[in-house]
Design a protein around this ligand. Structure first.
Ligand SMILES: [Zn+2]
Ligand SMILES: [Zn+2]
Length: 656
């Protein structure tokens, strides 16, 4: 692989107070919860019925099962495989092997694998790429197979995947189609890295370049309703998403509005978009395609400057589950799908591999600690699909759209349960995101107690991190090597940190921050230590003035963690809280609250409400009250009672 490499995952161990318990819960509680849902929802039964050789009444699909069902099975397999790479668990292993045997049974002789089509419409494979997710599901199979192979050394699932991939290559290598929901592109690059088969990388690139053609295949498929396979409801939903009122095709929803190399803004469905951008970075890394690299960097800049929540969440509207217009980032109706946070972490990790620029590590960090973690409950068994930044604690403003999708508290499962297994596979593979190696450089991209054993400058080196990040500012990094090794350690300096101190063997050094990192080149000897001090005062963060949802408001952030106010901690209206620019804050680690967290307290003004009940009045200076507000990390919200929540608080410069 070209670009910067992620050390082999089995050689990274996360061992700290923040992530380790989360990874452990993912390996157990989350993986268990998702498996139970795969069984109860009939997903596994449907796969069994799709097996070759089953006949008669049994060879009928369960009602209500969908063409995208297998993707959830595959994401579970991927998460379960990471879990098995950490610890032996015979029960989990037998579940994994059982599911693999179902897949082996359901795979057709030509390699094709999708239970919905095999049971419902075997003649209609590959005819509805726009909305029927065959390629999307295939991509998740490929990812699961690589994870399973790397975790266990076994090839059973990888064989299923490569047989299917070869079939997909046969159908699509010459062009003529692309996935309506991206995912298979990045998965093909993963499969290429695992197997070395060039045809998978070539197909990933072909799929990218098939988008945005003048005579869109997606549009053509949609104007032939007789042959459609899904329900009227789904067909109509897609028609509304893909065509203007006058019937003109507009492929933005599926990023088919322009050839990818001509795209410059993040548009459409956010999960599709992030998966596609991740694949663009992958293909650019592998092929040295500078044009593609420049394109994806351009889209990234547009996204972070105009179309991203302070949490790193992406996609502000439920209507297209995606991007809308610049600075349109409403709080209470924020979509910010958990899967889009997963996609963003994957995308930024690939941008790091492509460029080594710290700004991508910054965003990976922002998204992980905020948008992504908010998607899963502290006990690992409940999930948000959408992640609002404000709640009145009584009724989600989009409840009329779907009570299930827009709850006040996380749910265990959803009608489209893409998020639970997605957040599981991301957390279960967290170790892959910490370090990058490139020749004689080792970059530290995320701070977490951990160790990595890898080859740098031709030598086997173990690098250990000790830290109580994100609660504590100190990170100690030590090098362990049999022989002294000349190499560059590149710790990322987070953009939120304005005055870091770096010491090597106790001596303060003052290297320039280059590309978001400090580069410490020297001969490292066994036991050498690097100490980072990253002061993390509570900061008030404001938004670009064009972002109306945050006008006159601020967010509290400490280190990478975005804070919120919850009604359960504050005995007054949250809407009337007003923070002065010079407000002082105190911080305290509370091991018993929300799984252990730093709590932020500060003095604020509570704007008095009018004494009379008139709607309008002359502007007054009401007698205000001073209160102490208590803020907790945003990711931990809604883990106690149903309660009011605010991320953006009123700011004021007045003197009271
Ligand atoms: Zn999702
Ligand atoms: Zn004020």
């Amino acid at each position: 692989m070209a670009g910067k490499k992620t050390p082999n995952p089995e050689h990274v161990t996360v061992d700290d107070e923040f992530w380790s318990p989360r990874v452990r819960r993912t390996d157990t509680a989350t993986v268990d919860t998702v498996y139970r849902q795969l069984v109860e929802s009939g997903r596994l039964e449907n796969l069994r019925r799709a097996a070759k050789g089953i006949s008669g009444d049994e060879q009928v699909a369960l009602e209500n099962r969908m063409y995208r069902d297998e993707s959830d099975v595959y994401k579970w397999l991927e998460a379960a495989s990471y879990a098995l790479s950490r610890r032996s668990d015979p029960d989990l292993e037998s579940r994994v092997n059982y599911v693999i045997s179902l897949l082996e049974g359901a795979q057709r002789d030509d390699g094709y694998l999708n239970s919905y089509f095999s049971l419902h419409a075997p003649e209609d494979r590959w005819t509805r790429l726009t909305y029927m997710h065959e390629l999307y599901s295939a991509g998740h199979l490929f990812e699961a197979a690589v994870a399973h192979h790397e975790a266990t050394g076994e090839s059973r699932l990888l064989d299923v995947a490569t047989e299917f991939a070869d079939h997909v290559v046969d159908i699509f290598a010459e062009g003529g189609g692309a996935p309506g929901h991206q995912e298979v592109e990045l998965a093909l690059v993963r499969l290429y890295r695992c197997t070395g088969q060039q045809r998978y990388l070539d197909l990933a690139r072909t799929f990218l370049d098939e988008r945005g053609r003048e005579d869109s295949r997606f549009a053509r498929e949609m104007v032939n309703p007789d042959a459609r396979l899904c329900t009227d409801e789904i067909y109509e939903e897609y028609r509304d998403l893909l065509f203007d009122e006058d019937g003109t095709y507009d492929g933005k929803y599926i990023q088919d509005h322009l050839p990818v190399r001509e795209q410059s803004t993040a548009v459409g469905h956010a999960v599709r978009a992030t998966y596609m951008y991740a694949a663009m970075a992958d293909v650019a890394t592998e092929t040295g395609d500078d044009d593609l690299a420049a394109t994806v960097e351009r889209i990234w800049s547009n996204t972070v400057r105009r179309r991203m929540y302070v949490t790193g969440g992406l996609g502000s509207s439920h209507e297209n589950e995606g991007f809308t217009s610049d600075y349109d980032l409403p709080n209470d109706t924020a979509y910010a799908e958990t899967c889009a946070a997963v996609g963003s972490v994957m995308w930024n990790h690939r941008m790091l591999q492509l460029t080594g620029e710290g700004k991508y590590g910054d965003l990976m960090e922002r998204t992980l600690y905020n948008a992504l973690l908010a998607g899963i409950s502290l006990d690992g068994t409940r999930f948000f699909y959408a992640n609002p930044l404000e709640s009145d604690g009584e009724k989600h403003p989009l409840e009329h759209v779907s009570k299930v999708r827009f709850p006040l508290q996380r749910g265990e499962w959803y009608d489209t349960p893409c998020c639970p297994p997605n957040v599981a596979r991301l957390l279960a593979s967290l170790g892959e995101y910490l370090y990058l190696v490139d020749g004689d450089e080792l970059s530290v991209e995320l701070y977490a107690g951990s160790s990595v054993r890898t080859t740098v400058a031709g030598s086997t080196v173990t690098v250990e991190q000790t830290t109580d990040y994100p609660w504590d500012r100190t990170v100690e990094i030590s090098v362990h090597t049999d022989t002294p090794v000349e190499m560059t350690l590149r710790p990322r300096i987070p953009a939120w940190c304005s005055d870091p101190t770096i010491a090597v063997e106790g001596e303060t050094v003052t290297p320039d921050v280059e590309r978001g990192h400090v580069e410490l080149r020297r001969t490292w000897r066994d036991g050498d230590k690097l100490t980072l001090d990253l002061p993390m005062p509570v900061r008030q963060v404001e938004a670009h003035p064009e972002m109306t949802a945050a006008a006159g408001r601020v967010v509290l952030q400490r280190g990478p963690v975005v804070y919120c106010l919850e009604g359960v901690d504050n005995d007054h209206s949250l809407e009337n809280v007003c923070l002065r620019a010079d407000a002082r804050f105190s911080t305290e680690y509370n091991p018993d609250l929300l799984g252990g967290t730093v709590v932020v307290r500060g003095e604020a003004t509570l704007t008095a409400t009018a004494d009379d009940e008139s709607l309008y009045r002359s502007r007054t200076s009401p007698a205000n009250e001073t209160v102490t507000v208590t803020a907790v990390p945003y990711y931990a919200w809604a883990n106690r009672d149903e309660t009011e929540m605010r991320v953006w608080m009123r700011a004021c410069d007045c003197t009271h």
